[in-house]
Design a protein. Structure first.
Length: 85
């Protein structure tokens, strides 16, 4: 079946079209930087933003975080997540 949306431009509100596993690593930038994070295993998630600030969130499996994290720190992270582009 052909893609009926192939001539439409994607926007920030468009659905994701790719996904990838994220392995937490202290100080490492995510490449590519995800548009959205999807929690696959509950626990704590240490998110680093574009300014370098790290905050720890308690998250549950199935939760979708509309946050484009610069990095997922290993220190403080017990949850598992995937990135959506």
């Amino acid at each position: 079946m052909p893609n009926p949306f192939k001539n439409h431009q994607r926007g920030l509100e468009s659905p994701a079209t790719e996904h990838f596993q994220i392995t937490p690593a202290d100080g490492a930038d995510l490449d590519p930087c995800p548009r959205v994070l999807r929690v696959t295993g509950s626990g704590d998630l240490a998110l680093r933003d574009a300014a370098g600030q790290v905050l720890i969130y308690n998250v549950v499996a199935g939760e979708t975080l509309c946050f484009s994290a610069r990095g997922i720190e290993a220190t403080g992270t017990t949850a598992s997540v995937v990135g959506w582009l």
